[in-house]
Design a protein around this ligand. Structure first.
Ligand SMILES: C[S@@+](CC[C@H](N)C(=O)[O-])C[C@H]1O[C@@H](n2cnc3c(N)ncnc32)[C@H](O)[C@@H]1O
Length: 204
């Protein structure tokens, strides 16, 4: 499998545990995320099955097609969902799978919100990504409890780090945390959804 914008490779590591015959390539531009992925792979005994590549997703090339390509929360690396599906098409074998996680408007956003976090389609518009040689074979819409866990986890991590690192860096971390948390609490909570689509590449 190939994990584009893999971050700490949470998805790939879980998949490697579930499918003992699988191997994975993870691609990301963040050295911090890739180093965390490397440590997590070692801790779980998966080092030899995960190859990590520090490069922009648009510059990654492969010599043979993959059974599964993931791009979760990272379609911005290609400039949007359609561009991501086009790029994934070049990596997946016919009949293979893509797992793509993307935001969508659960409710119509205010213009300010679009300005602050960007433009998304609604769920129907997101599922329309299957046009051009793909079929949606499953989808999971993150529920409110998952959203709360996600946002409070990462903002809480930043808050704890700021408390442990008083001074200019801690202040900056707190400011970033508060700015984003406020945007969620007063803006996109319940308005922006997140769907993980499993798509199969149509055999022609
Ligand atoms: C929201 S995180 C998602 C990480 C992972 N897919 C997951 O679901 O846990 C987005 C990731 O995309 C990476 N990213 C952003 N721009 C990228 C690019 N041009 N090429 C590759 N990775 C990129 C970031 O470094 C970050 O790790």
């Amino acid at each position: 499998m190939l994990d584009l914008g893999c971050g700490e490779a949470v998805w790939s590591l879980r998949a490697l545990e579930l499918v003992p015959s699988a191997v994975a390539d993870g691609v990301d531009i963040s050295s911090h995320a890739l180093s965390a992925a490397e440590q997590a792979a070692a801790a779980r005994g998966l080092t030899g099955r995960l190859s990590l590549h520090q490069t922009p997703a648009t510059e990654f090339s492969a010599t043979k097609p993959y059974d599964l390509v993931l791009c979760v929360g990272a379609t911005h690396a290609f400039g949007g969902l359609k561009e991501t599906m086009d790029a994934i098409s070049a990596f997946v074998r016919p009949g293979g799978l893509a797992l793509v996680g993307e935001g969508f408007w659960e409710r119509p956003p205010t213009p300010d919100l679009v300005e602050a976090i960007g433009a998304f389609p609604d769920l129907a518009g997101t599922v329309a990504a299957e046009s051009g040689g793909w079929l949606t074979v499953h989808g999971h819409v993150s529920d409110p409890a998952e959203w709360h866990e996600y946002v409070f986890s990462w903002t809480g991590t930043l808050a704890r780090w700021a408390a442990a690192n008083p001074g200019p860096d801690g202040d900056q971390a707190l400011a970033v945390m508060r700015e984003h948390r406020d945007l969620w609490l007063n803006g996109y909570r319940g308005v922006l959804g997140f769907v993980s689509l499993l798509l199969q590449r149509v055999v022609k």
